[in-house]
Design a protein around this ligand. Structure first.
Ligand code: NIG
Ligand code: FE
Length: 391
């Protein structure tokens, strides 16, 4: 059994209540953390720290749980930088560019797709992300969705079947047939590699009846539900997610009081994706309204080549604090424990004995610096399953 002691931690964010814990981040000061076999084995005052095989000196810095990015589209080819530039010059975002990426993805080899996932996964890890959900959704044929998920599963336990991203061009005049195909052969080919099913429920993508049918088929074969909902305008997606017991409804940019009430009375997490509003020059979701209503809020990147080509959780935290009136503590919680809640996982997003030893050491004395020093690479070191990651 190998052991590693992270010593001289000035501020430890545990996201766990307990002796000496402050709220809501469960902050402990001047502690050490022992890792054994990839798990947190002990947390306590530095002076009581047990001996260990190896030691990392945090030099009084802040240590946080690794970020849990619960919404990312990493399996794709090509980019849409020109589309981004056009938006910054005034063009609206409609989701129409998804089909551009579908064309490039279908034309790519497995190895090209795998290299992109590996690159983005590594990029995210350098910025503190130690767990990341990965969606399909740029293949939209049986074979291309199945291979997207097969590749995603090489990098994450949280893989999501998003065959219902948009109706591909070849089915444009017969969406009912496409929905039948998604529920039939495509789901059968995808499900062995997927933990979740997702639908883009939005005008121009899938209406509520199609979305309900697809999500129900996924549930019937054991997949958990998540929904892309209320991104581009008000709509039924959030309430559909709540009705089906979704783990998370994502975007939540345009909400009515009824949507907020439905979320507040449910276990469904509202996952906010401020990178998408940044990159589409759209109004940000009203996080304050959700938090004040008692809704559990997560933050995620939505990393994808169209609406949000960032893998940076610190960037999302900074946006959430500056633009969405979340406190720094709320934003850090949402990016760690919130993401874990959105993925219904209790082994990540918190630092307590038994949790996965996924953590980051900051080049800063406090979690506040993540929003206070936007754009600065503050992640000094990342441990994933207790293993220090190369930079
Ligand atoms: O979450 N909204 C739908 N899907 C992605 C965007 C995909 C794209 O533009 O390529 C999203 O924003
Ligand atoms: Fe998305």
């Amino acid at each position: 059994m190998s052991s590693l002691l992270v010593d001289d931690i000035g501020e430890l964010v545990t996201n766990s209540a307990g002796e000496g814990a402050g709220k809501p981040l469960g902050i402990r000061r001047d502690v050490a953390l022992l890792v054994e076999d990839g798990r947190v084995a002990w947390i306590g005052p530095a002076r009581d720290a047990p001996a260990a095989d190896r030691r990392i000196d945090a030099q009084g810095a802040a240590v946080l749980p690794g970020f849990v990015d619960s919404h990312a589209h990493l399996v794709f080819a090509g980019d849409r930088a020109a589309e981004f530039a056009a938006r910054m010059a005034g063009e609206p975002y409609t989701g129409g560019g998804i089909r551009t990426t579908v064309g490039a993805t279908r034309a790519a080899s497995d190895d090209e797709l795998r290299a992109t996932v590996r690159r983005l996964r590594a990029e995210a890890m350098r910025q503190g992300t130690t767990a990341i959900e990965i969606k399909s959704g740029y293949g939209l044929t049986v074979a291309d969705e199945a291979r997207s998920l097969r590749i995603a599963a090489e990098f994450s336990d949280d893989t999501t079947f998003l065959g219902a991203h948009v109706v591909p061009a070849e089915y444009a005049d017969r969406p009912d047939d496409y929905v039948g195909m998604v529920c039939g052969p495509m789901l059968a080919a995808a499900a062995p590699y997927a933990r979740w099913i997702d639908v883009f429920c939005e005008r121009g993508a899938f209406d509520v009846d199609h979305a309900r049918a697809i999500l129900a088929c996924g549930q019937a074969v054991g997949l958990g539900v998540r929904v892309h909902a209320n991104q581009l305008g008000p709509g039924p997606g959030v309430r559909l997610g709540v009705e089906l017991g979704a783990a998370s409804v994502d975007h939540c940019t345009h909400l009515t009081d009824a949507d907020v009430d439905a979320l507040a009375g449910s276990p469904t997490v509202a996952t906010l994706l401020p990178g998408a509003e940044f990159s589409t020059r759209s109004p940000y979701p009203d996080a304050r309204r959700l938090l004040d209503a008692g809704v559990t809020v997560a933050l995620a990147t939505d990393c994808n080549p169209g609406s949000s080509y960032t893998s940076s959780m610190p960037f999302c935290i900074a946006l959430a604090v500056r633009e969405m009136r979340m406190t720094p503590a709320e934003a850090v919680w949402a990016a760690t424990a919130g993401g874990a809640a959105a993925l219904r996982r209790d082994d990540v997003g918190r630092l307590r004995p038994g949790a996965r030893a996924d953590l980051m050491i900051l080049d800063a004395p406090s979690h506040l610096h993540l929003a206070y020093r936007p754009g600065v690479p503050l992640i000094r070191q990342v441990l994933h399953n207790g293993v220090p990651q190369c930079r």
